[in-house]
Design a protein around this ligand. Structure first.
Ligand SMILES: Nc1ncnc2c1ncn2[C@@H]1O[C@H](COP(=O)(O)OP(=O)(O)OP(=O)(O)O)[C@@H](O)[C@H]1O
Ligand SMILES: O=P(O)(O)OC[C@H]1O[C@H](OP(=O)(O)OP(=O)(O)O)[C@H](O)[C@@H]1O
Ligand SMILES: [Mg+2]
Length: 293
């Protein structure tokens, strides 16, 4: 009997970025409209699209072996102790930065400090996180669940909001000012404890995580290779960024070597002219798909 790993993929803000990451990790993932079962070119993985808010719940009860979701929703569902976190993957909807949940108010609001929230109305999708945060500070306020589009609520429908921000565009567009940061969140790969303890499922998940991490590590990196006369090797190595350990291989001509290294793509245009001036020739820049440490 073929074994199957039941994997939950996050619908919503993380969906596109997750799909793109899987593709770069070497998995062909495709969504068909209205279907919540994306197809993947691995018969041993069965994917289900689930809202990020509910992922921890279905991984916790074992309906899914594993899934990707935000740390925020793991905390909001109080599931930290019931699921096994196999990886932190730092990506959000549009960037490679964490999401910040902030408490925000209109620019001209009288609320300036945490204590000013006493007795106020706060709208948010993360009611539990907000209530816990207020309780830790001894503040009593009315926390109301918001179904979304939370930024429009102040000042008429709420005094303050607790909302996710990534680029800050939504806060700016709605003239909101940040009073406090409540939580930072990144994407996590979580598993049900029984799945994490099952040797076949664990291996399958570890392999998946390895490839996802490898694809993320390669982002923004390129490979460089070049021919260098032995007498120029020291000069060329001095141009390459510190912390790099370039590979130096022999060529058929004993006076020359081949130097290979991986560098940040954004320094390439600065480095290549200097490498050439230091004596490198036949310089080739190539894309990198994965880096496995
Ligand atoms: N720019 C972002 N905005 C909101 N959530 C983000 C963003 N980037 C990453 N996330 C993460 O995505 C998850 C929220 O996705 P989810 O599908 O639950 O809601 P949503 O994106 O708000 O859906 P909807 O499209 O219905 O508003 C959270 O874990 C959050 O941390
Ligand atoms: O700081 P930014 O880059 O602007 O991103 C944050 C915004 O993106 C999300 O909204 P979403 O698209 O999920 O819409 P929603 O309000 O319906 O949840 C989130 O809820 C914020 O509103
Ligand atoms: Mg949203």
């Amino acid at each position: 009997m073929t074994q199957v790993l039941r994997l939950g993929l996050p619908a919503g803000s993380l969906q596109e970025a997750t799909a793109e990451l899987f593709r770069r990790a070497g998995y062909k993932l495709s969504f068909t409209s209205r279907s919540y079962y994306p197809s993947i070119d691995d018969p041993e993985i069965h994917c289900t699209l689930i809202r990020a808010q509910e992922m921890a719940r279905y991984v916790r009860d074992g309906s899914l072996d594993c899934g990707l979701t935000g740390y925020d929703w793991i905390v909001e569902n109080d599931a930290q102790d019931d699921v096994v976190e196999l990886a932190e993957l730092v990506f959000s909807k549009v960037s490679r930065r964490p999401v910040r949940w902030v408490l925000a108010v209109p620019q001209d609001s009288p609320i300036h400090t945490e204590q000013d929230l006493q007795g106020k109305r706060i709208a948010t999708e993360v009611v539990n996180i907000t209530q816990r945060w207020l309780a830790q500070r001894g503040i009593t306020a009315q926390v109301e669940f918001s179904w979304g589009a939370t930024e429009v609520k102040p000042p008429r429908l709420a005094d303050a909001i607790v909302e996710a921000t990534e680029t800050g565009n939504s806060l700016r567009a709605n003239n909101l000012r940040v009073v406090a940061e409540i939580l930072t969140s990144t994407t996590r790969f979580i598993a049900h404890p029984a799945a994490a303890a099952d040797p076949w499922k664990r291996q399958k998940m570890d392999d998946l995580v390895l490839m996802l991490r490898g694809a993320m590590a390669a982002e923004g990196k390129v490979g460089l290779m070049m021919n260098v006369r032995k007498v120029d090797v020291e000069k060329v190595l001095q141009v390459l960024p510190a912390l790099q350990k370039p590979t130096i291989s022999a060529l058929s001509d004993p006076e020359w070597v081949d130097v290979m290294t991986i560098i940040d793509e954004d320094v390439v245009r600065h480095l290549i002219p200097r490498l050439k001036a230091a004596g490198a020739c036949g310089i080739v820049e190539y894309p990198i798909n994965k880096i496995i440490m």
